[in-house]
Design a protein around this ligand. Structure first.
Ligand code: SF4
Length: 254
């Protein structure tokens, strides 16, 4: 039985960065390219439960008219709702972003706080959004955990968790802080392209030898998550999802 290799984050991040042409992850590129923290905050609230392209379109429309907290705080509700309509839950999101803009003006003197607890006190801001502001707005180490990071961390066998919040706590405890900043961007890209929710392309994965799921499926064994195993019991309505690699299937059919 083959075991996955012990996690070597230098190698794992090297391979994923090279695979997705992200450049050298050791360069603090997020810090160098830290964007407007206010727009990172509002864009991340808009990105909740929607696709990236919807967020990009709505953010561009919104920031063209209301680029900062002062403008957005004074914006008419109906106009903001129209601009963010394409992201879904547009009434709630419009309410949250206008309220957040007002609180940034009144409580934080117009500057987005670079502090997790202060960020979490703003309307519409949960752990992932707060961590995105720290990482992408300020270049500070944090681990934003979205559905991709949560799924891949469990598939890798790095954590065994049910919720993104549990995953964040485990990752913070297990991954050394120097790797936190590049972790989210490379894993999100990996989740959108190779380690997809339903049919991950393990045969093409550059980190398969480190992955408990990839190694188990190659060997025809049960992986860490029951839903990733076509032979698992009790989830038959959702199976089959993953299957052993082509070479294993070919071997079995001989
Ligand atoms: S080997 Fe498969 S399950 Fe593991 S990270 Fe790669 S694509 Fe995802």
């Amino acid at each position: 039985m083959t075991e996955p290799k012990p996690f070597d984050w230098d190698v794992i991040l090297d391979r994923l960065s090279a695979f997705y042409h992200r450049g050298d992850w050791r360069v603090p590129y997020l810090r160098d390219h830290a964007e407007n923290p206010f727009q990172v905050l509002i864009g991340t609230i808009l990105s909740q439960r929607t696709r990236d392209e919807n967020t990009d379109r709505a953010s561009a429309q919104l920031f063209a008219v209301y680029p900062g907290p002062r403008e957005l705080a004074a914006a008419p509700r109906a106009k903001v709702e129209r601009l963010v309509y394409g992201t879904g839950y547009y009434r709630t999101k419009a309410k949250h972003i206008r309220a957040t803009a007002r609180e940034i003006l009144t409580r934080f003197d117009g500057k987005v706080p670079a502090d997790r607890e202060a960020l979490l006190s703003l309307p519409g801001v949960g752990p992932k959004t707060a961590n995105c502001v720290l990482v992408f707005g300020y270049g500070l180490p944090a681990v934003p955990v979205d559905t991709h990071v949560h799924r891949i961390a469990n598939r890798l066998g790095l954590v065994k968790t049910r919720t993104p919040e549990q995953t964040e706590r485990e990752l913070v405890a297990r991954v050394p802080p120097q790797y936190w900043i590049p972790l989210n961007p490379v894993l999100v890209q990996h989740g959108q392209n190779i380690c997809r929710p339903n049919r991950p392309l393990c045969d093409r994965c550059p980190i398969r030898e480190y992955c408990a799921t990839g190694v188990a499926l190659r060997d025809g064994r049960r992986p860490p998550r029951r839903e990733d195993w076509a032979g698992g019991k009790g989830r038959r309505r959702r199976a089959p999802r993953l299957r052993p690699s082509r070479s294993v299937r070919a071997t079995k059919s001989l």
